[in-house]
Design a binder for this molecule. Structure first.
Ligand SMILES: CC(C)(COP(=O)(O)OP(=O)(O)OC[C@H]1O[C@@H](n2cnc3c(N)ncnc32)[C@H](O)[C@@H]1OP(=O)(O)O)[C@@H](O)C(=O)NCCC(=O)NCCS
Length: 199
């Protein structure tokens, strides 16, 4: 059977379904806990996230903690858009999606359950932790490290050799020029902390 079950019938799920189709899946269905959502991207929602059905599974949930919880104990598939550019030696964890126009350069290691979003880049020798999101158009320069569950916002830039700990939210357009060792939300140029939580 060539079925992919995508958990999360959202805009993100719609993009994942498109990539799955390009990866050869011909039978794509969604699960979602919102019973009012009946379809996504032209594909049917057939039940909630606890529904048991045969097929490969992909978790299309933006929130890192929820994505992590739903991924645990499941064999989740990796989805890579055919127009992403990925170095031959790059390592990409299971359950990660790499979207159109993304570039992942040599020596990069991407964890489990990550989102490497449209036209973002992860440069040479970066290490991206599990359940991270490098949002649309964000750029990690060479040898950047991010801890687990960190979100690099749209269009943000992280300078080369910078380490960012886990559970950080880096705001859209932010420029990170120094290590960040304390979880929290950071915005601006250069990055400054605005509060202790994560969306
Ligand atoms: C950083 C972010 C998470 C903060 O959200 P929040 O906690 O709800 O914060 P608020 O909107 O209440 O803003 C708090 C303050 O930070 C400022 N701020 C928020 N985001 C900012 C950003 N990206 N750059 C600069 N300043 C920002 C606000 O103007 C506000 O300033 P003020 O107190 O002087 O009025 C959010 O604004 C953001 O940038 N999200 C990223 C979105 C994104 O990249 N999506 C990707 C989809 S692929």
């Amino acid at each position: 059977m060539n079925r992919l079950i995508i958990i999360g019938a959202s805009g993100h799920g719609k993009v994942a379904a498109d990539i799955a189709g390009l990866n050869g899946y011909t039978d794509i269905v969604f699960l979602d806990d919102n019973e009012n959502v009946k379809s996504c991207g032209g594909y049917k929602v057939i039940g909630d996230s606890k529904t048991v059905t045969d097929g490969d599974v992909f978790i299309a949930i933006g929130n890192a903690e929820v994505r992590k919880r739903l991924s645990e104990g499941r064999n989740i598939v990796t989805l890579i858009h055919p127009h992403a550019v990925i170095a031959r030696d790059a390592v990409i964890g299971e359950g990660t999606v790499v979207m159109a126009g993304a570039v992942i350069n040599p020596g990069a290691r991407i964890g489990r359950g990550c989102i490497i979003n449209t036209c973002s880049s992860v440069d040479h020798d970066c290490t991206v932790g599990d359940y991270c999101h490098v949002a649309v158009g964000a750029h990690l320069c060479g040898t950047v490290k991010t801890g687990d569950c960190t979100w690099i916002g749209a269009g943000a830039t992280v300078s080369n050799n910078v380490n960012i700990c886990g559970n950080c939210t880096i705001g859209a357009g932010c420029v990170v020029v120094k290590d960040i060792a304390e979880p929290g939300t950071y915005v601006g140029v250069p990055a400054r902390k605005i509060n202790g939580g994560q969306d």
